[in-house]
Ligand binder design. Structure first.
Ligand SMILES: Nc1ncnc2c1ncn2[C@@H]1O[C@H](COP(=O)(O)OP(=O)(O)OP(=O)(O)O)[C@@H](O)[C@H]1O
Ligand SMILES: [Mg+2]
Length: 279
């Protein structure tokens, strides 16, 4: 793994103090919106039954703060994707509750859930999932077109600028590099101004340079556009772009780290590996 890319994110101590103060400041931020955008309470997700039963999530409690970039890490099979899918309403839970703001999504019927995902949640996947016959800007606005929503032109311009795609809007996916395609996917997720964006290893298919670009844009969208992002990753460098890292093991959140650096994340992972071998 190359870790040559350093993360220019971390601001001074003051910024961090302000951030934690705003997180401590009760449930509600200015404007009446909650400071916590997504919550899981005692979430259990089990697959199969009897001998083949697998508990992928084991009584998970988690709060995702608004305007923060959260990374989820942990060994393969620890439940990262399952947690993300449950938080995003892409998968049902066996028991427990998931909230998006004040909406308990674990109570919603299919139709309402589909609507909520479409209107309030953004996704970025490892495979870019762009439509090959549409050009970049058409791909970016497609979800809104499908939803019958008109993109806010000024916002769209800012998003396209932020991800550095202004001169590539008429290109189709096969005329773009992998990194550029993923930037289109990032812009597509940002365009509708969702309350939260989920990414499952969004840089997993990119080389370290293109990955760093995409991560930089995700970081910028949090800092400058106020976006909330939750990203599953295996990569300590990718995790170092986040404000907070949650560690999963065997379906439980076993640790977390604020203001991570790649080295600190790497050290923590070695720690877990060592403990895993001795227990
Ligand atoms: N559809 C399914 N049916 C049965 N078991 C499943 C299903 N999906 C996931 N699991 C199991 O649930 C556990 C958690 O899986 P999950 O995909 O969340 O792990 P992960 O942390 O994302 O792993 P990776 O890093 O390999 O992507 C694993 O033991 C997996 O085998
Ligand atoms: Mg996974």
């Amino acid at each position: 793994m190359t870790t040559a890319v350093t993360n220019p994110r971390h601001g001074g101590e003051e910024e961090g103090a302000a951030r934690s103060a705003s997180l401590r400041g009760g449930g509600r931020a200015a404007g009446g919106r909650t400071a916590v955008v997504a919550r899981a309470r005692q979430v259990v997700k089990a697959y199969g039954s009897g001998e083949t039963r697998v508990v992928a999530l084991d009584s998970v409690d988690v709060d995702i703060a608004r305007g923060q970039f959260t990374a989820i890490m942990g060994p393969s099979g620890s439940g990262k994707s399952t947690l993300m899918h449950c938080l995003a309403g892409l998968d049902t839970v066996t028991s427990g509750e998931i909230f998006l703001d004040d909406t308990e999504i674990t109570r919603l019927k299919d139709k309402k859930l589909t609507q909520l995902r479409r209107d309030r949640i953004g996704f970025i996947f490892q495979a870019f999932n762009l439509l090959p016959t549409l050009n970049a800007i058409e791909n970016i606005t497609l979800p809104m077109d499908i939803a019958g929503r008109k993109p806010d032109a000024e916002w769209l311009r800012r998003v396209v600028d932020t991800v550095g795609l202004s001169d590539r809007l008429k290109h189709r996916p096969n005329q773009l590099s992998g990194g550029q395609q993923q930037r289109v996917a990032v812009a597509r997720a940002l365009a509708a101004r969702p309350e939260i964006i989920f990414g499952d290893e969004p840089t997993g298919n990119l080389d370290s340079r293109a990955g760093a670009e995409v991560l930089g844009f995700l970081r910028t969208s949090v800092d400058e556009l106020g976006q909330t992002i939750v990203m599953v990753t295996h990569d300590p460098v990718a995790a170092s772009y986040a404000d907070r890292v949650l560690y999963l093991a065997d379906g439980r959140i076993v640790d977390e780290m604020e203001r991570p650096t790649a080295d600190a994340v790497l050290d923590r992972m070695k720690d877990f590996d060592a403990r895993g071998r001795t227990s």
